[in-house]
Design a protein around this ligand. Structure first.
Ligand code: C2E
Ligand code: MG
Ligand code: MG
Ligand code: MG
Length: 287
């Protein structure tokens, strides 16, 4: 509580707090029904292999089109969904939709892509998570080797989740650490958890042209990935320079606005090889 300077400032503060918690309550109630109302949607961001010049996968990202507020950012509603315990149901909806979509794409694509799905630690804590995931794979017909779950380092991530992750690995599901390098425990995390891929956080990529420390972080993380025999992908790649730096330092898998923004499923199949070649042309001319 803020220091009580005068009666009036205190009540102003109180009113603000009350207003905020009312808004949150309202938002939460609305979120509870978002799925039924058809307000949730998945968009897909292509993941690119710069050396092969191909799209190799997609990350599914959740969107909420609120009836009155319009588009609400996942940065806002995912924490709320976690707090209210809605993330387990919403996460299941996401997983099912993403697997079903990728399975549908497999029937029209020559090279099968992988689908990456963000999973909250609250979902991993659900005793029935593995069971539900197995059911979704069966129901959608997607092979486990094409599914990758993205988890973030989290204090709530305890030894209990190691068992869950090992079960997923034995099914053939890949496990990627999202936003890698932004938390304190990054290295010990790699030792403790059975992960297969590191996602280099966009905050480091952003500084490629301006910050010597960000460049050092990127190089260090890439060599950590190599040492642990993990795959590495960079996220938030917005420029040619960033791409060039990443590729020349051994990170050829990237995801970001420079290549493609997250898009609706219908658009995804319209992305052409030519578009990608244009984006990557500079790599050939500089080597
Ligand atoms: P994330 O998993 O790290 O996803 C990457 C975020 O960076 C996405 O934001 C994406 O749209 C954005 N991004 C991609 N390329 C670029 C770029 O070049 N520049 C910039 N500035 N941003 C880029 P988005 O979709 O707003 O999602 C934010 C976060 O919300 C995600 O971060 C993830 O932690 C969470 N999230 C999204 N969908 C889900 C979901 O289905 N389940 C769970 N549990 N979390 C989700
Ligand atoms: Mg992610
Ligand atoms: Mg991330
Ligand atoms: Mg994130």
């Amino acid at each position: 509580m803020a220091k009580k300077e005068s009666g009036s400032s205190y009540s102003f503060f109180d009113q603000e707090m009350a207003k905020q918690s009312m808004a949150k309550l309202e938002m939460g109630n609305h979120l509870r029904q978002a799925e039924e109302r058809g307000e949730l949607e998945l968009v897909y961001q292509p993941q690119v292999d710069c050396l092969r010049g191909e799209i190799v996968g997609a990350e599914a990202l959740l969107r909420w089109n609120h009836t009155t507020k319009g588009y609400v950012s996942p940065a806002e509603f995912i924490p709320l969904a976690e707090e209210l315990g809605l993330i387990v149901a919403i996460g299941e909806w996401v997983l099912r939709g993403a697997c079903r979509q990728m399975k549908a794409w497999h029937s029209v694509m020559s090279e099968p892509l992988t689908i990456a799905v963000n999973i909250s630690v609250k979902q991993l804590n659900d005793d029935r998570f593995v069971e539900k995931l197995v059911h979704i794979l069966e129901e959608t017909g997607l092979e486990a080797k094409y599914l990758e779950i993205e988890i973030t380092e989290n204090v709530a991530m305890q030894e209990a989740q190691i068992g869950t992750l090992l079960k997923l690995r034995s099914l053939g599901v890949s496990i990627s650490v999202d936003d890698f390098g932004t938390h304190y425990s990054s290295l010990s995390y790699l030792k403790r958890f059975p992960v297969t891929k590191i996602k280099l956080d966009q905050s480091f990529v952003r500084g490629v042209q301006t910050d010597i420390k960000d460049r050092a972080m990127i190089k260090a993380i890439i060599s950590v990935a190599k040492a642990f025999q993990l795959q590495v992908i960079a996220e938030g790649v917005e420029t040619e320079e960033q791409t060039g730096f990443l590729v020349s330092n051994g990170c050829s898998h990237v995801q970001g606005f420079y290549f493609f923004r997250p898009m609706k499923a219908e658009q995804f199949t319209e992305v052409t090889q030519e578009e990608l070649c244009v984006k990557l042309a500079f790599l050939r001319s500089s080597s």
